[in-house]
Design a protein around this ligand. Structure first.
Ligand code: NAI
Length: 340
């Protein structure tokens, strides 16, 4: 299993690479960045785990060399937010970075899983999909926008509201659907933590949802101009990546196949089981959404649309807002590639 981290020398890239170096499922870790990748690589290579580390800068075809034979590519490359910026403000710079990295993936390792962390995720994932389509190597089952930090945060914040103090954050797995910015983020606490959630007042419920939607701002403000979430993001990105890697490794070693469900922002392609059903229940033709994905050794095998049968009226209203706000974000990403 070879993992490549694009943007490996950054605030997210470094702790994320450390977690991969520690994972028993990763044999080779390839680090790519426009600066300082060799330094991060030399540092990580001294850790006494079996995983081999290599590092590359753009010179001498570095991107292609870093991507060669990769099974999974994870992308935290680009600029993060400063106070007062929205994720959409990052589009101008990050869109081009993501497009160029995806061209490298299309030409070098088109069968790899691709996990996109770089913001605005609502638009960068459509960019990746459009580029891969242009190269005729698009497989919607393997392209993931990483929204797992919204789930990690939801699990943490709901556990803090448990008046009985009986639960731990890691006991929860709150489904979070929609997109990855402000009101496009829709945490479904009524499904993931029905008892605690129903004990809250309307005001508490509203402020919990608002906290999840704007949790990134808490970190941006606290870092006071020095970036956005990095450590919690590295944790969240690794958690999702390791689920995908484990399933792939188990299948190639003929161990018992199993599946797990994780909410990820994906292309709701007609070829994915449950996608059409999900869109019908949303009453929308939206093509990108974070949905509960049933994952197998080759990525998404099915979208669990039954979640939409369980939501309450308030959540249904939040979803409508999310869908409306997501449309222009998606179109922006698609048009960026079409006009290139
Ligand atoms: P950072 O600035 O610390 O690191 C970014 C790294 O990308 C730098 O090392 C930079 O040299 C590298 N880079 C720039 N252009 C590149 C290129 N063309 N190829 C390869 N590497 C390149 O930023 P940080 O804090 O690590 O954030 C990275 C991205 O992740 C930002 O877009 C941020 O908004 C996003 N993010 C996403 C989250 C999510 O939940 N999906 C949460 C937090 C941040």
């Amino acid at each position: 299993m070879k993992v490549t981290v694009c943007g490996a020398a950054g605030g997210i890239g470094q702790p994320l690479s450390l977690l991969f170096k520690l994972s028993p499922y990763v044999d080779e870790l390839s680090l790519y960045d426009v600066v300082n990748a060799p330094g991060v690589g030399a540092d990580l290579a001294h850790i006494c785990t079996k995983c081999k580390v290599s590092s590359y800068l753009p010179a001498n075809d570095g991107l292609k060399k870093s991507l060669e034979n990769s099974d999974l590519v994870i992308i935290p490359a680009g600029i993060p937010r400063k106070p007062g910026m929205t994720r959409d403000d990052l589009f101008k710079i990050n869109a081009g970075i993501i497009r160029d990295l995806t061209i490298g993936i299309a030409e070098t390792c088109p069968n790899a899983f691709v996990l996109i962390i770089s913001n605005p995720v609502n638009s960068t994932v459509p960019i990746v999909c459009e580029v891969l389509k242009k190269y005729n190597v698009f497989n919607p089952n393997k392209i993931f926008g990483v929204t797992n930090l919204d789930i990690v945060r939801s699990n943490t914040f709901i556990s803090q509201l448990d008046s009985t103090n009986q639960s731990k954050p890691e006991d929860f797995n709150i489904p979070v659907i929609g997109g990855h910015s402000g009101e496009t983020i829709v945490p479904l606490f009524s499904i993931g933590a029905p008892q605690i959630y129903s004990s809250l007042s309307s005001q508490q419920k509203a402020s919990l949802i608002n906290r999840v939607q704007y949790a990134g701002d808490e970190v941006v403000k606290a870092k006071d101009g020095k970036g956005s979430a990095t450590l919690s993001m590295a944790y969240a990105g690794f958690e999702l990546a390791e689920k995908i890697i484990k399933l792939a490794v188990q299948s190639s070693s003929n161990s018992t196949d199993s599946s797990v469900t994780a909410c990820c922002y994906i292309n709701l392609a007609d070829s994915i089981n449950g996608a059409a059903d999900f869109k019908q229940k949303l009453n929308s033709d939206i093509n990108f959404f974070s949905v509960p994905c049933v994952l197998g050794p080759n990525g998404v095998t099915e979208i669990d649309s039954s979640i939409l049968d369980k939501i309450n009226n308030d959540e249904s209203d939040l979803i409508k807002v999310s869908v409306d706000q997501l449309y222009p974000n998606i179109t922006k990403g698609i048009n960026f590639v079409k006009n290139y």
